[in-house]
Design a protein around this ligand. Sequence first.
Ligand SMILES: [Zn+2]
Length: 160
Amino acid sequence: MALRIIVHEPDPVLHQVAKEVTKLTPNIHKLLNDMADTMYHAEGVGLAAPQIGILKRVIVVDVGDEHGLIEMINPVILKAEGEQLGPEGCLSIPGLNGDVRRHQHITVQGLDRHGNTFTVEASDFLARAFQHEIDHLNGILFTEIAESVYEVPREGRKAE
Ligand SMILES: [Zn+2]
């Protein structure tokens, strides 16, 4: 198990666009392992590589549902439907939550660690987590798109 340091606002790396992964090297496997370890250790439900200072299009998500841990490289939203407005937090912005409007259902496609393309149909909170993480890959933080932002105690809120 290897933990990486989660970077916080206002680190400029959080505002940059991450690059596509073109080669699935052992380094990418290690990155995925470390990202999952770091996410679980921080009690988050998702983590994007830029949050540990790596500008690659890699995310991990686990919202505690039947999907379990999802590792996705170069994720792309193929289809988006509906709308939901709900609270969101971020491991890179401790102490703040915001109400963010997101799609209710999405179809997201990417690569697994072996280079196989796979698709996830995500709804509700899982769809929210994916959209939040993919925003990170584009240098967008929830505080930039939230309809309202408010302070919360650090304990007891899900963070991405
Ligand atoms: Zn986040």
